[in-house]
Write a protein that binds this ligand. Sequence first.
Ligand SMILES: O=C(O)c1cc(=O)[nH]c(=O)n1[C@@H]1O[C@H](COP(=O)(O)O)[C@@H](O)[C@H]1O
Length: 239
Amino acid sequence: MADNRLIVALDVHTLDDVKKLVEELGDAVSYYKIGMELYYSAGPGVIDYLKEKNKNIFLDLKLHDIPNTVSEGLCSLMKHGVSIFNVHASGGYTMMKTAADKIRQEAEKLNIEPPKLIAVTVLTSMNEQDWKDMGNTDLISDRVVRLAKLAKKAGMDGVVASPQEATMIRQACGDDFLIVTPGVRPAGSDINDQSRIATPAAALQNGATHLVIGRPIRAAENPRQAALKILEEMENAVK
Ligand SMILES: O=C(O)c1cc(=O)[nH]c(=O)n1[C@@H]1O[C@H](COP(=O)(O)O)[C@@H](O)[C@H]1O
């Protein structure tokens, strides 16, 4: 029933809230994302809990700092044993390359499989007006593709982008590249603070490998039913 392409965002504050949602979703969901809101308040105990439950984990702390700080920070996080973690691509080529090289060396030393390291391109909440206000003169989609190519060159395993850009990224970066897309909204659901959105089926058709979905499941009257409906849409998406 579960599908590893669906990653549910655990944007809650306590381990008790996590347990409640994970129990409720049960065998429907096999992959969870821990973001800053949860990690900053509950710490690595949440990772241990999800591992006990045999769930896959995307640790989304979006590191953005100088190359040494980011790569050392990732080495600390890697010890918790997660499947995916991430940095901001806008930290630049040298930061991404240093991070990718360092975690591979460290994983070899520890004799473990390194987690997949992916780069956030342009946040899915950003629209063209926000983008221009920051002084940018290119289109968001052009920047996303440019950053995705840079991330690939730096040795990253994939990117986070909106489902609207997935087709262009797939074309530019080839098949062996993760495209993780938040900003996924089933037809008729609230957009919230997202801007560049698409439905679960469209995201997969565009080439996304994973869909990150939070509020459309968490805030639903019946989260398990909402997840199952999304899984059905994913299953039936035209390849
Ligand atoms: O890296 C992310 O996961 C991320 C990147 C991005 O560009 N946009 C984005 O929404 N996210 C995360 O994806 C999740 C989306 O949640 P919902 O909008 O509730 O579905 C949140 O936990 C965000 O932190």
